[in-house]
Design a protein around this ligand. Structure first.
Ligand SMILES: [Zn+2]
Length: 158
């Protein structure tokens, strides 16, 4: 395992094992689901993940096109759609902030700090859903909330 220190997180990760797991996943969670909000997310994907986040993914071995799960929350007043989602990786995470209490992090739901923010993220050890390639491996996750435009031609959900 290698270690990445980022903000208050100590991320232990196995890049090789993670990369190998992703190579065995055919499509991302949104495509696998196939509902319109998920397909919209997939269509907008190239614009969603900030450059520094893509660099973290490359570092850990995560393929940004293969989210384990993405869910649509709602359309906001600014016209953007709020989504949540997560990526698994082989490894573990620890938070060094004394105020951090994992039991208070309810269901990995993140909130935006202000209106200008379009992407917030966290690591979590709270893995509830596992793609089969991650079964029987020590697994942690990267989770996020993103504000995404509606790019499909189809009618937007509210
Ligand atoms: Zn869906």
């Amino acid at each position: 395992m290698e270690t990445l220190n980022i903000q208050n997180w100590i991320v232990k990760y196995d890049k090789r094992a993670t990369h190998q797991a992703y190579s065995q996943i055919d499509i991302g969670g949104p495509e696998a689901c196939g509902c319109e909000p998920c397909l919209n997310f997939a269509a907008a994907r190239e614009t969603i993940y900030p450059k520094d986040i893509r660099e973290i993914f490359d570092h850990i071995g995560i393929d940004y096109r293969k989210e384990s799960e993405v869910f649509h929350c709602n359309k906001e007043d600014n016209g953007l759609h709020c989504y949540g989602g997560e990526f698994l990786f082989v490894g573990s995470v620890e938070n060094t902030d004394e105020a951090y209490n994992p039991s208070e992090v309810k269901a990995n739901v993140l909130n935006f700090e202000d209106d200008a923010q379009n992407f917030v993220w966290s690591f979590s050890a709270r893995v509830t859903f596992r793609q089969s390639v991650f079964e029987s491996k020590p697994t942690a996750l990267f989770n996020f909330a993103a504000r995404v435009p509606w790019v499909l031609q189809t009618k937007e959900p509210d």
